[in-house]
Design a protein around this ligand. Structure first.
Ligand SMILES: CC(C)(COP(=O)(O)OP(=O)(O)OC[C@H]1O[C@@H](n2cnc3c(N)ncnc32)[C@H](O)[C@@H]1OP(=O)(O)O)[C@@H](O)C(=O)NCCC(=O)NCCS
Length: 179
């Protein structure tokens, strides 16, 4: 799925990625173990070709919306956010995000982007629920969702691996107005 018009927040633009984006800073994010630590399937560095295929596949999928997170003033690409597994029967979708430029962590961009895609999930997508799974050890991720109005809904015991230990998964979710 693509957006015709980028979603604008106070400081960011969330826009559909072109396959050419794969040759920019995007690929380099996967070389930073701090960035990939909590990413599902993020342990193997993808090639530019694999990223291109991923972007094209997401853009063509009616069940997924992948958007780049760009600084509004400089158009720098700092991360990506997606609503995945969009289910129009159950009216739900799951959110995943990655601020790939570590220098940009902790500035509120994550929660700002989550807020914008959550609004888009409500309207025009017409979903009634969005949710995300976070590693219990990923305090920044849980905090970013809570700051965007999500509630902690549940815990999956030893759901994911973080280094040498298995850690709980925290489910955060938000019920939307369109019900
Ligand atoms: C997790 C991530 C998306 C958070 O984005 P961010 O832009 O750094 O988060 P925000 O600045 O919006 O932070 C929201 C809140 O979390 C807090 N926070 C951020 N990092 C934190 C940390 N490591 N520990 C505790 N709190 C943290 C912030 O202080 C902020 O709260 P405040 O405004 O009340 O101070 C980002 O760090 C990231 O992409 N990490 C790598 C990939 C990843 O983990 N993705 C999430 C998978 S579910």
């Amino acid at each position: 799925m693509i957006v015709e018009t980028p979603l604008a927040t106070q400081r960011l633009l969330l826009d559909t990625l072109t396959p050419q984006t794969a040759s920019g800073s995007y690929a380099s994010w996967f070389s930073d173990p701090y960035v990939t630590r909590f990413i599902e399937g993020g342990r193997e560095k993808p090639s530019s070709e694999e990223l291109e295929q991923y972007i094209s596949g997401m853009n063509e999928s009616p069940y997924d919306l992948l958007l780049g997170i760009f600084m509004q003033d400089t158009r720098t690409h700092i991360g990506n956010i997606k609503i995945g597994s969009i289910d129009r029967f159950h009216k739900r979708g799951d959110i995943g995000l990655l601020i790939g430029e570590r220098s940009q962590w902790g500035k509120g961009y994550g929660s700002e982007a989550i807020g914008a895609v959550t609004e888009y999930a409500e309207k025009p997508l017409g979903l009634r629920r969005v949710f995300a799974g976070c590693h219990a050890t990923n305090a920044g991720s849980v905090a970013a969702f809570v700051k965007a109005g999500f509630e902690i809904e549940g815990r999956m015991r030893e759901h994911a691996r973080d280094g040498d230990t298995f850690v709980d998964g925290i489910i955060v979710g938000k019920r939307l107005g369109e019900r």
